[in-house]
Ligand binder design. Structure first.
Ligand code: 5GP
Length: 110
């Protein structure tokens, strides 16, 4: 299922790319909710975490480590940050292509 993120991955829509490799792309969120707000998106169009399977283990682990590396690169690893994924409309998901929000500077509290 194509989403706006497929177009971003295929460079049909421009975005501010923070990182890219064969498995994922990380871009600045167009409507940032915090000082740093990056979306880490797998190139495989998994709808959300509900649709991930055992064969996606490598991708999922990779996305976490990309978040970790971006946090180090942006020097927010010491002060702290959040990694968040919304699941389904009821969970606040608006783009139906799995992504992790990397957020810093405006901590959401639970
Ligand atoms: P969700 O609500 O699905 O968890 O998050 C989707 C995020 O994608 C939102 O924070 C929204 O601002 C961001 N977004 C939607 N369309 C675009 C776009 O075209 N470019 C970028 N960079 N971010 C987008």
């Amino acid at each position: 299922m194509d989403s706006i993120f497929t177009k971003i991955i295929n460079k049909e829509i421009s975005s501010e790319i923070q990182y890219e490799d064969e498995l994922c792309i990380a871009i600045n969120d167009v409507n940032p909710k915090s000082k740093i707000h990056i979306l880490v998106i797998p190139k495989k169009p998994i709808e959300n975490i509900n649709y991930a399977s055992d064969s996606d283990k490598e991708i999922l682990g990779h996305l976490m480590l990309v978040c970790q590396k971006l946090a180090k690169k942006l020097q927010i690893d010491e002060e702290g940050y959040q990694i968040l994924t919304n699941v389904g409309e009821g969970g606040g998901q608006t783009v139906m292509h799995l992504h992790f929000h990397l957020l810093s500077g405006n901590t959401l509290t639970m």
